[in-house]
Each structure stands twice: as structure tokens, then as C-alpha cells.
Design a protein around this ligand. Structure first.
Ligand SMILES: [Ca+2]
Length: 285
């Protein structure tokens, strides 16, 4: 499918375009759950990979009061620091609050603007929406505006910039994220068959935090052994491509760093998954 097409993934019969998987529980039809250390993403293989301007809505539930679960839009070219947009993460302060972040590459260093969402309850399903248009990114939760970015907004591939790929991540044994539905409607395009989105209402009390003012050192992980019980069977609609396994660039991004014991080595895990796939035809660690 072209990056400009509308997209709807229900998880009723596979993972659609979100085929770069590690440790994802798909045992319940119609949803996927990422717990412990797990990830799934569209293949970030170039600037045109993924999608551009438009409306993205993810129906998901994040569990836990620590950083771990995430809805991420990863740079199409898989370079970091770079054009990463996070629609859902949990703050490191133990409050269980959710927030969104726009990252960009500022002279080779990660820079970002983060906005904490007020009044969004964890542990229940919400519709998380990103509206990406020229010069403006809007985040909504259940149709209510939670954040607006107008600085450092990336340009999509169709307009000379780069697209982002849709992904989900969990990297904490005490958190999880369950995703039930993903839709993407290109800007000005026709939506996939969906009920209408609720009306947008402005929300006060948006708290803005900039990268210079806040330390996110608490992202460091407990050195827990990754779970190794997932042995996915190929499913209808899931056609993994024989590329490098889990490909996000681990260097620099604190969420991909190893714990104190260096246990979480994503490169090694990806290599192991690939070796197993090549030897057996099955994806497992
Ligand atoms: Ca579903």
C-alpha cells in the first residue's frame, strides 16, 4: 500500500503494515498487548516509509505508573536523534500521568517539547489521536485537545520532508500497553470505514515542559531478563519481510539503552531473532 493511502488495522486478522514485531502477545483476537520488553512498528526503511500529514487514531490502554508503554511515530529513515513523535508515554515521577512529545534533531542532539495530559486516566482504553499538518501537530485524547505543537513541526515526505512509521513499545516489567485499533486518514483524504470522531473541545491547563528544564534520567531500566516465551506463529495478514529484525536505532535514545547490567541489547536480540528465523522459519528469541 502507498504511504498516502488510508489505513485501518483492527488486529482481527494480523498486524497489517505494523510488521516489525518483537515479543508481542496476539493471543486475543482483535487486539495486541505489549508487556515486559516488547515492540511493534511499521518498517522504518526510508524517508517515504510510514505515513505523512493526516489523522492518526489509536485505541489503546496503558497500564502502570512508570515509563514503559508508548505510542510512537518513529522517523521513516530510522535515524535518531530525529523526527520522533510520541503520542503516549507515562511520566517518570510516579504520578501515572500521560504525556506526549515532539522530538527533533538539533545540531546532532535530541531536542524535544513535551506536554503532560491532564485528566487522562490510565488503565482504561482511550482514543489517542494525532493530527499532523503543515506547521502544526495536534494531540487529542477521546476527541479532546491535549497538546498543540507549532514549532519544529516536521514536513512530510510528500512535501519534501520525511514520513513517520506507526509503532508501539513497552520496556518495563511493571507496565503494559494493549492496542485494539489503528486508523490513518491522509490529510484531505477519505477515511477508512469508521464511525465519526467525536467533536473537538478545547481544553485548558496544558502543561508545557521543554527539554532544557527537565531530566528524564529515570528512564533507566531495571536489569530484568527479557521474557522469552513468545513464539509467534505466522498469521493471516502477517508477512514479515526478511530484513534486519527490530531496527530502531538504539544509540542515544534513552528508552533503547541497556540497563545497568547491559541486559537489554536490542541489536543482539534482533540478530538472535533473525538467526532463529533464518534457521527455523519462525520468529522468536
Ligand atoms: Ca480491534
Amino acid at each position: 500500500m502507498a504511504a498516502t493511502d488510508a489505513l485501518h488495522i483492527s488486529f482481527d486478522d494480523g498486524f497489517g503494515t505494523i510488521g516489525n514485531l518483537w515479543n508481542v502477545d496476539a493471543s486475543v483476537s482483535g487486539e495486541v498487548t505489549l508487556s515486559g520488553y516488547s515492540a511493534m512498528m511499521e518498517w522504518a526503511v526510508g524517508r517515504e516509509a510510514g505515513h505523512g500529514y493526516g489523522t492518526y487514531t489509536i485505541n489503546a490502554k496503558a497500564e502502570g505508573n512508570e515509563p514503559g508503554p508508548a505510542i510512537i511515530f518513529w522517523p521513516g529513515d530510522n535515524q535518531w536523534p530525529g523526527q520522533e513523535i510520541d503520542l503516549l508515554e507515562i511520566t517518570p515521577d510516579g504520578s501515572g500521568r500521560q504525556y506526549g512529545t515532539l522530538h527533533w534533531n538539533e545540531g546532532g542532539h535530541d531536542a524535544y517539547e513535551a506536554v503532560v495530559y491532564d485528566g487522562v486516566q490510565g488503565g482504561v482504553f482511550h482514543d489517542y489521536t494525532m493530527i499532523w499538518e503543515a506547521g502544526r501537530i495536534t494531540f487529542q485524547v477521546d476527541g479532546v485537545e491535549k497538546a498543540v505543537f507549532t514549532d519544529n513541526v516536521p514536513t512530510d515526505f510528500a512535501h519534501g520532508g520525511m514520513n513517520n512509521t506507526i509503532g508501539f513499545l513497552n520496556n518495563n516489567p511493571d507496565t503494559s500497553i494493549t492496542v485494539r485499533d489503528v486508523t490513518y486518514t491522509p490529510l484531505g483524504g477519505a477515511a477508512p470505514a469508521q464511525p465519526a470522531a467525536p467533536a473537538v473541545e478545547p481544553t485548558p491547563d496544558i502543561e508545557v515542559v521543554t527539554g532544557e528544564e527537565q531530566s528524564w534520567d529515570d528512564y533507566a531500566y531495571e536489569p530484568t531478563e527479557p521474557q522469552d516465551t513468545w513464539t509467534p506463529e505466522p498469521q493471516a495478514g502477517w508477512t514479515p519481510e526478511p530484513q534486519a529484525g527490530w531496527t530502531p536505532e538504539p544509540e542515544g535514545d534513552p528508552r533503547f539503552q541497556p540497563g545497568p547490567d547491559g541486559v537489554i541489547d536490542w541489536d543482539a536480540l534482533a540478530a538472535k531473532v533473525m538467526a532463529n528465523y533464518e534457521a527455523t522459519g519462525s520468529w522468536f528469541v
